[in-house]
Design a protein. Structure first.
Length: 419
């Protein structure tokens, strides 16, 4: 049996060499870590002890850059690309992403970030087209940020008018997620909450959401998952409080206020999938200064997207993440509603109907059911706001912080990372 060969690379953070690594050619996993050049530039949440990087943790981070095996249509795409796993796409584009500035440079190379990064340089849409089921070409280029895109929905990066946009599809019979992204944008805009704006695009009758990249060549997104790995979580601390504690220890401003707003949105739209990898914070990639919470993004798995019309109800049983399993419990984590004016959502149903109008997947009956349930959620939240005095909220919140919430832990989060 032939031994697999290793390839040597330097893990880079923009222009900063971080560490020497070796990749196993067969699996594209990190088989060895050599000299560490810049401990402070090691990816957030990866432990460095006595000058040595935790190889298992770095490997998990590296694997997490690959397209998840759960991506819709990925097996067909891999056959088209003649690859066995999505991980094999990583080194084809030097591990470059449009979410951060990490990449790998072949050890014998003098390659520069400025010459190859996807923020400033054109990239191939060949991989994205394959992921969208459009087939491959003879002169196919694998130099693409799609190699490092996460999530289970069909998606691809595109350059439009010189800007980088993420185009994302829907799922199932209703293809509802792209519409939901736009509806969430409208709600967030009305409430004055920082968010990534989404618009709707149709191709061959199918809907896609489109949003401009909110990360720049100078910034990067660090998800809550990795922020929460910067400190060990004591058993008696809730997941919510652990995240807040980690952010405060890092000196990240405005986190509690941002979480208040995110939890309110997710309550209103009945979001079922706000996991620890679609919320986070932004930092400067060169100075490593923490800028603050990321704007709200990725809200498509909401508004009863997978439910039949008979189960689209204000009080229906819904999955909830990331801090509680029930929205009625999670909304108690909000520290203040002083900023919230729900009258700004008057007439939102008309906007929702306009967004769904013309869809081949969401008919009028479903649209009306969603509008009715959304109006019910707004009413319920108004009741919650009116029934709680400020002192009551403080008491509820501190009690939650003190309770011993068993960490749902590795298995749940493993599933969340695979989404």
């Amino acid at each position: 049996m032939a031994e697999s060969r290793n390839k040597s690379y330097t893990l880079m953070h923009k222009n900063e060499p971080v560490a020497e690594i070796e990749l196993d050619e067969a699996t594209v996993s990190i088989s060895a870590i050599g000299q560490v050049y810049a401990k402070q530039h090691v990816p957030v949440g990866i432990t460095v002890k006595r000058g040595k990087i935790d190889r298992a943790a770095l490997n998990e981070w590296w694997r997490g850059r690959a397209i998840p095996a759960s991506r819709d249509g990925i097996q067909e795409a891999l056959i088209e690309l003649n690859l066995s796993t999505t991980q094999k796409l990583l080194d084809k584009s030097f591990g470059l992403s449009l979410s951060d500035q990490y990449w790998i440079r072949p050890s014998a190379s003098d390659l520069r970030w400025s010459a190859i990064n996807f923020f400033d340089n054109p990239f191939s849409e060949d991989v994205g087209n394959v992921l969208f089921g459009k087939g491959s070409s003879d002169a196919m280029s694998l130099m693409s940020p799609d190699n490092t895109s996460d999530g289970w929905l069909k998606k691809k990066w595109a350059i439009m008018d010189g800007k980088r946009f993420l185009v994302k599809g829907g799922s199932g019979a209703t293809q509802q997620e792209p519409y939901n992204e736009v509806i969430a944008s409208k709600i967030l805009e009305r409430l004055g909450i920082p968010h990534v704006p989404y618009t709707l695009m149709k191709q061959e009758d199918y809907p896609y959401s489109v949003c401009e990249n909110f990360i720049t060549p100078q910034t990067e997104l660090i998800t809550a998952w990795y922020v929460m790995h910067t400190r060990q979580k004591p058993n008696h601390i809730s997941v919510y409080q652990h995240y807040v504690n980690c952010c405060e220890a890092l000196g990240i401003p405005g986190v509690v206020e941002a979480l208040d707003r995110m939890i309110v949105l997710d309550y209103l739209i009945a979001n079922e999938d706000r996991h620890q990898n679609n919320l986070g914070v932004i930092r400067h990639a060169e100075t490593l200064e923490w800028i603050g919470p990321a704007p709200i993004y990725d809200s498509g798995s909401s508004l009863w997207f997978s439910k039949p019309p008979s189960l689209i109800r204000t009080d229906g049983k819904l999955t909830c993440k990331p801090f509680k399993q029930d929205h009625n419990e999670q909304i108690k984590l909000v520290t203040s509603f002083d900023w919230l004016d729900l009258s700004l959502l008057d007439g939102i149903e008309d906007e929702v109907r306009d967004i769904f109008r013309g869809s081949l997947f969401v008919d009028e009956a479903r649209s009306n059911a969603i509008c009715s349930a959304l109006r019910g959620r707004i009413g319920r939240l108004q009741e919650i706001v009116l029934s709680r005095n400020p002192q009551g909220w403080v008491d509820d919140h501190s009690a939650d912080v003190k309770e011993n919430i068993a960490y749902s832990g590795p298995q749940e989060n493993k599933e969340e990372r695979e989404r």
